[in-house]
Design a protein around this ligand. Sequence first.
Ligand SMILES: [Zn+2]
Ligand SMILES: [Zn+2]
Length: 384
Amino acid sequence: MKGLVLEAQWDPKPDYQVSEWEERTRKAITGNSVWRHPKLAVQERPVPKIKPDEVLLEVKACGVCGSDVHFYETDEQDYILYPGLTRFPAILGHEFSAKVVEVGKEVTDLKVGDPVTVEEMIWCGHCTPCRNGFPNHCVNLEEIGFTIDGAFANYIAVGAKYCWKVDGILERFGEEKGYEVAALTEPTSVSYNAMFTRAGGFKPGAYVAVFGAGPIGLAAIGLAEAAGAGMIAAFEVSPQRRDLAKQVGAEHVYDPREVAPHEVLMDLSKGEGFDFFVEAAGAPHLTIPEMEQALAINGKIVQIGRAAQRVPMYLETLQVRRSQVYGAQGHSGHANFPSVIRMVASGRLDLSSIITARYTLDEAVQAIARSTERRDGKIIIRPN
Ligand SMILES: [Zn+2]
Ligand SMILES: [Zn+2]
C-alpha cells in the first residue's frame, strides 16, 4: 500500500533539554525544538497486521489538519513548526473515516463492512489520568499521525475501542459524501470537547464570538448555532473562510485587521458584552486582549488554538466580570464523539460545506502545500 510519510532528523535545539523519557521513547514532547529537515513523500509501505483487539480499516477520507501543515512548514533553521508530541518517521493523517475490512479475534462490536471514524488519541486506559476519567490527558499517549502511523494511507490498523460507527451519517449523506462528512468528526469533537465538556457550554440565547474560522473555528460556529446561540460573531483574516463562517451560522463576520473586535462586540451586544468566546485562531496574544474587553458578566473564554507564547491578561477583569478562562485539549471520552455523530446524523449539524477541496493519495503532498495558503475550509484526501 501507499502512505504519506514524514521523515525528519532528531536534532534537539542547543537550548532544549531532552528528557530521559524522550531519549528512551524517541517521542519529542516539544516537536518544534527537536525535529529538523522534514521531508514529506508518498512511499510504498506494507499493509499493517492487526492485533487481536484491533481492526484493519480501508481509509475512505482523511482531512488535512493545521498540524499537518505545521509539519511541512519550518522555521529559519529548518525545524518543524508543530510544538507538540511527535515521533518520526510516521505516516501522517488523523481526521478520517474508513470501512472495516478485517477484525481481530477479540473484537466483538465491529464487523467487516462497518463504516467508522476513529479517535486520534490512543489513550492507554491504565495511567492515573485515564483511570480518573481524563483520557485527553493520558501520560502514555500515542497519537495517530503524530507518534504512530496515520491515515493518509490505503489502510490503517487501530484498536477497536477507538472506533465509532458512522452508519447514521452515511444514511443521511449517502456513501460518497457521507465518508467525507464523517471525516470531520475528529476536529468537530475537539471543538465540542472544549465548548461543552470543558467549559460547560452556554445557555440558549447566549452571544458567542469565535476568533479564527479555520476548520476548528468553523466547527465551533456550527456547534454554537446548533446549540441555540442568540447571536454568533466571527473574526477571520481569510475572505474565503469568512464566507464559510457565514454559511455555517455566523451572522456577523469581520476581518480582525479592519475593525477593533472588542468595539464591534460591545456594539453588537449594546454594551452588555459577549457570553462565550472561542479562541481558534492560535493567536491568543492578539485575541485574548480583545475578548477580555468584551466579556459579559459570567463570560467564558475557551482556549483551543495552540500557541507557544505567553499572553498578557488583566485578571481583575475576570473578577469584575465574574468570568472564566478554560483550557481544553483533545476529543476523547465524555461522550464527545458519539454526541457529534448524533448531531450530524440527525441533520442538526451540517458542516459539509466546509469541505472545499479533494485530492487523491498520490497528490497528498500537493494537498498539504495548498493548505499552507490557509484559505480553504477543510481539504480532504481520498486514498481509496
Ligand atoms: Zn487535527
Ligand atoms: Zn493513559
